[in-house]
Ligand binder design. Structure first.
Ligand code: NAG
Ligand code: NAG
Ligand code: NAG
Ligand code: NAG
Ligand code: NAG
Ligand code: NAG
Length: 212
């Protein structure tokens, strides 16, 4: 029994280290496309329950709509647009700057998914989302760090939630100037395979965590 308990402790520590930060599921999206992301808050603060979560909307992410998550109160915070958008029904001069879920109580031993749907900007790379987590003991966990020029995060940091947003159009980086339909299809197939692989890895982590 003692042996089992210590193996459990080691496994739990490794998992906590590997999966401690806020993640977006699914972790991938398509350039310029509509997407849905669940921001997973995996633990509280020093054992205390989480009572507020704010997701800051990255610049150029639009059409943001949060999922209602009773009993949490969901607040949409609007900010001015740099350049107002003219539409047939008038001028749009504000956009969603952040979404806050407050008034809930998420114990440290549970996780929760805070959902958003949104339209992604046109890009090809990693999109970082700042997430601010507040707990009943007054502690903040601010998930805002991005990798340095060397591609590495600071040690013991609080990385921002990230997702890979890809332009699946056969790229300018391609070696053949005249892209055939076959090339486009194989590129899409490769992309699909890598997304599936990532989803499986994430799924396996969640499975292990749920077994514990
Ligand atoms: C809450 O956090 C404080 C540190 O801020 C810690 O001393 C305390 O044990 C925690 N309470 C629980 C129930 O984990
Ligand atoms: C934004 O647009 C609304 C009408 O759609 C208008 O009442 C408001 O004054 C505008 N605000 C700014 C800062 O332009
Ligand atoms: C994808 O990349 C191509 C080539 O760079 C560009 O012309 C196109 O506008 C991009 N599309 C999206 C949706 O990002
Ligand atoms: C974390 O974010 C909150 C809310 O924006 C802020 O009040 C607090 O000062 C931040 N803490 C740190 C250490 O940056
Ligand atoms: C987007 O990036 C991927 C890999 O980073 C690359 O293979 C692809 O060609 C890029 N797409 C465009 C349109 O540049
Ligand atoms: C690319 O396509 C254009 C027009 O379809 C053609 O004139 C040109 O020769 C092609 N280049 C190559 C390298 O196949």
């Amino acid at each position: 029994m003692k042996f089992t308990a210590s193996v459990f402790a080691v496994t739990a520590t490794l998992l906590a280290t590997a999966s401690a930060h806020v993640t977006i599921n699914p972790p991938t999206g398509t350039s310029g496309g509509y997407s849905q992301g669940n921001f997973r808050v995996p633990h509280g603060c020093s054992g205390n329950a989480t009572d507020q979560v704010t997701v800051q909307i990255p610049k150029d992410v639009t059409s943001v709509k949060p999922r209602a998550l009773p009993p949490w109160t969901t607040t949409i915070n609007m900010v001015p647009l740099d350049v107002p958008i003219q539409t047939e029904s008038g001028t749009i001069n504000t956009t969603v700057g952040s979404v806050t879920w407050s008034g809930g109580n998420l114990p440290d031993s549970f996780y929760e998914d805070f959902g958003l749907q949104f339209k992604l900007p046109k890009m090809n790379g990693t999109l970082y989302w700042n997430v601010y987590q507040h707990c009943v003991n007054g502690e903040w966990l601010n998930w805002t760090q991005v990798p340095g020029p060397d591609g590495k995060y600071p040690p013991n940091g609080a990385p921002a939630a990230s997702m890979t947003v890809l332009n699946t159009t056969a790229g300018s980086s391609g070696t053949t100037p005249n892209t055939s339909e076959k090339d486009v299809k194989s590129g899409v197939a490769q992309l699909a395979t890598s997304s599936v692989a990532q989803a499986i890895v994430v799924g396996a982590g969640a499975l292990i965590a749920s077994l514990l």
